[in-house]
Ligand binder design. Structure first.
Ligand SMILES: C[S@@+](CC[C@H](N)C(=O)[O-])C[C@H]1O[C@@H](n2cnc3c(N)ncnc32)[C@H](O)[C@@H]1O
Length: 270
């Protein structure tokens, strides 16, 4: 573990056992994350008044609400429709039309890598529909957390999570459940394929035109990040784009084999 974490929290052996058990429970390898994540794990342990890692683990394992609270506290699952909306309008108004022009057709493959509760891949599917994407394949949406994938498959959301979208899209793509809640329409749902995947360990499909990997690598160490970006490069078709989160600049993009295509947007050379 990195020195900052050790300096703040001399980690006892029970913490290693806790991480191992959490990995078995969630598939998440907490050691792949930056030291800050360990600080938050310990903060939450104190907030809940847990006396030992064993008690902490047992509480989380026995109670799905506590597991969700744990992951939410680590901000592991936070998301919304059209998050950082200006990047989405750039995809819609610049990148996708330019891609059609270059390709000479409108069949494009989209991937939301680390899709959390589904807001990002459904946003991609809406964009695909608005841009008349003619892909025979649905948007691929993957995550390591089966809990968020189950929520994503339900497709039920608070209306406020869709505030970034133009008003008319609400009626076009969602049905109202109650005053505050909507459900994704079946036609939109059919345009997304959810799948369990560990981005660090699992093999990727290839031939993607646009991959979104946003707000997941923030906690990964430098080596984990570099290896992941190389896998994304190979998963893109030549000329395809990788979009990262709004704080996730890839400083060594050239070394990794990408071209810059604008802020937080990288391209596999043609
Ligand atoms: C903060 S959410 C990001 C959601 C969406 N991409 C966005 O930007 O709004 C991060 C997601 O990454 C997932 N995740 C973390 N480690 C992962 C891994 N190794 N493989 C796949 N997904 C992972 C978490 O389960 C969580 O749902």
């Amino acid at each position: 573990m990195a020195s900052l974490e050790s300096a703040v929290y001399p980690a006892p052996p029970e913490y290693d056992v806790f991480k191992k058990k959490m990995r078995e429970l969630t598939n998440i390898d907490l050691d792949a994350y930056k030291p800050q994540i360990h600080r938050r794990i310990h903060q939450l342990m104190q907030r809940w008044g847990m006396k030992s890692y064993d008690e902490y683990y047992k509480t989380i394992a026995a109670n799905p609400d506590k597991l969700r609270e744990f992951l939410d506290y680590l901000t592991i699952n936070v998301t919304e429709f059209f998050r950082n909306s200006e990047k989405w309008w750039e995809l819609k108004d610049r990148i996708i039309p330019q891609m059609y022009h270059e390709l000479g057709h409108q069949r494009i493959r989209l991937w939301s890598a680390a899709c959390s509760t589904g807001e990002e891949p459904y946003s991609l599917a809406i964009l695909a529909s608005e841009c008349h994407v003619a892909s025979p394949k649905p948007v691929l949406a993957v995550d390591i957390d089966n809990g968020v994938l189950a929520k994503a498959a339900e497709g039920v959301y608070a209306k406020r999570s869709i505030l970034n979208a133009p008003k008319e899209w609400m009626e076009k793509y969602f049905t109202e459940v109650d005053a505050n809640t909507v459900k994704v329409k079946k036609e939109l749902k059919d345009k997304v394929k959810f799948k369990h995947m560990d981005l660090i360990k699992d093999k990727f499909e290839s031939g993607f035109d646009i991959i979104l990997c946003r707000n997941v690598v923030i906690y990964f160490g430098a080596d984990t990040k570099a290896a992941l970006y190389k896998k994304f490069l190979a998963a893109l078709r030549p000329g395809g784009y990788l979009m990262t989160g709004a704080t996730e600049q890839i400083f060594d993009y050239k070394t990794l084999g990408f071209e810059s295509a604008g802020p937080f947007l990288y391209r596999r050379p043609k």
